[in-house]
Design a protein around this ligand. Structure first.
Ligand SMILES: Cc1ncc(COP(=O)(O)O)c(C=O)c1O
Length: 420
């Protein structure tokens, strides 16, 4: 059989491509990054980008990015770090990130995703056992897929199960002579709840393991100095390997890993996605230095973010919405229904209330659930919050009254009678 045959089925996410492409999936958000962006030619109140601190369009960031691009271009440095892509700026950013995370050293990653895959791949060999959370991000799962040894999953944040899996892992490593790597996220990006870092690190007293934390959503948003979820929970020293991305709070691209000097030294020479790939371009590095400086020196960025987060989350709760167990800026609004209702709610929000947020349904979350995901940022206003809660309340009333047809997957293009 021709392997191309399988393209007839686009898979669970591609299934609604005809109805959804360009509207529910791959929508184009245009204009300046921020709480107001254009979608299909109309301005919408945007709650769907991880621009937590509002740095994406911060004038000082824009200026630093433009200046660096003018001075260095986007090509420099050419080659991988190890061969010809090393610069003093890359090293400076690593030193500053290590200090910020109170770790001995840090190493830059070209993309968070590939970086995480290679961190996991480098840290373990077939004698070792990985134990990881069931809701781990795809990059963690892909890293684990490369592992030739055993790997065990524990149900999300379930400490009893984690302990059982650690006990199994401990027996195995007793025989193989390997070690155990536990992987969790700091902030879970869909539900906004936190990895149970305090209880996980307590288990270090019972079992020998190293802890790797993916803090993509916590870096820049959590903790007194924005150093992340481990700072927020007071366990910075117990997290052995800390991972952050520049793609969210830092509104850039790339990422980093921070740990003890000997760990970083090892990773530098063993992470395949970094050894065999081009170094981060200079404007990304200089731009990241600027962003880190703003995070350190302008605590009002975080204060503004949390002012909006608190108003949004308490307002939603007061209005009877289920926002799950979030303890971070990520704000899920959980409703009952399937893909048909989800398409109609999204359309209603976008076209009748001009609100743009991401929507998630089965298979990403369990059947029968709709998750509207709101990402508050420092650039939103309290008026935005009030308007959104009011619109959501109207939507919920309609859903409860059965006004969204549970049989019909909405095709917005049919509805708009326009060809996009
Ligand atoms: C938890 C988590 N880890 C890793 C990544 C990947 O980061 P990047 O976008 O820098 O590749 C993301 C981004 O979506 C994420 O949410």
């Amino acid at each position: 059989m021709d392997i191309y045959k399988k393209f007839e089925n686009l898979g669970p996410l591609g299934k609604y491509s005809r109805e959804g492409y360009g509207y529910f999936m791959f929508p184009k958000l245009e204009g300046e990054l921020g709480p107001r962006m254009n979608f299909m030619g109309k301005e919408r109140l945007n709650w769907s980008i991880n621009n937590y601190l509002g740095l994406g369009n911060h004038p000082e960031v824009r200026e630093a990015d433009a200046k660096a691009a003018k001075e260095w271009g986007l090509a420099y440095p050419m080659g991988a770090r190890m061969m010809s892509g090393q610069t003093g700026y890359h090293e400076q950013l690593e030193r500053e990130l290590a200090d910020f995370e109170k770790k001995e050293a840090a190493y830059l990653l070209n993309y968070g995703y590939q970086g995480m895959v290679s961190i996991i791949d480098s840290l373990v060999d077939r004698k070792d056992v990985i134990v990881y959370d069931s809701e781990a991000h795809a990059c963690i799962i892909d890293g684990c897929r490369l592992h030739f040894g055993k790997r065990f999953v524990y149900p999300h944040n379930n400490m009893e199960n984690l302990e059982k899996e650690l006990s199994r892992a401990h027996k195995i490593t007793g025989q193989t002579g390997g070690g155990i790597l536990v992987i969790t996220e700091g902030v879970y990006g869909m539900s906004g709840d936190l990895g149970n870092l305090r209880d996980i690190v307590k288990l270090k007293k019972k079992f020998p393991f190293r802890l790797l934390v993916d803090d993509a959503h916590g870096f820049g948003t959590m903790g007194p100095t924005c150093a992340g979820t481990s700072e927020h929970l007071g366990v910075m020293d117990d997290v052995d390997i800390y991972f952050g991305t520049f793609a969210k709070s830092m509104a850039g691209i790339g990422g980093f890993v921070a740990s003890e000097q000997k760990v970083i030294e090892f990773l530098r020479y063993n992470m395949r996605s970094q050894i065999y790939a081009k170094s981060l371009p200079m404007p990304m590095v200089i731009g990241a230095l600027k962003r880190l400086d703003l995070i350190r020196t302008q605590p009002e960025l975080k204060d503004n973010l949390w002012k909006i987060v608190n108003a949004l989350q308490s307002g939603l709760k007061e209005n009877g919405f289920n926002i799950g167990a979030t303890e971070s800026p990520v704000t899920p609004v959980i409703l009952e229904g399937g893909a048909p209702e989800a398409t109609q709610i999204t359309y209603d929000l976008r076209e009748n209330y001009n609100i743009f947020c991401s929507i998630v349904t089965y298979p990403v979350i369990p059947k029968g659930m709709i998750l509207l995901r709101l990402i508050p940022t420092a650039a939103h206003s309290l008026e935005d919050v009030e308007y959104t809660i009011d619109a959501f309340s109207r939507i919920k009333q309609k859903l409860d009254a059965g006004e969204y047809d549970p049989q019909k997957i909405l095709n917005p293009y049919d509805f708009m009678k326009r060809d996009y």
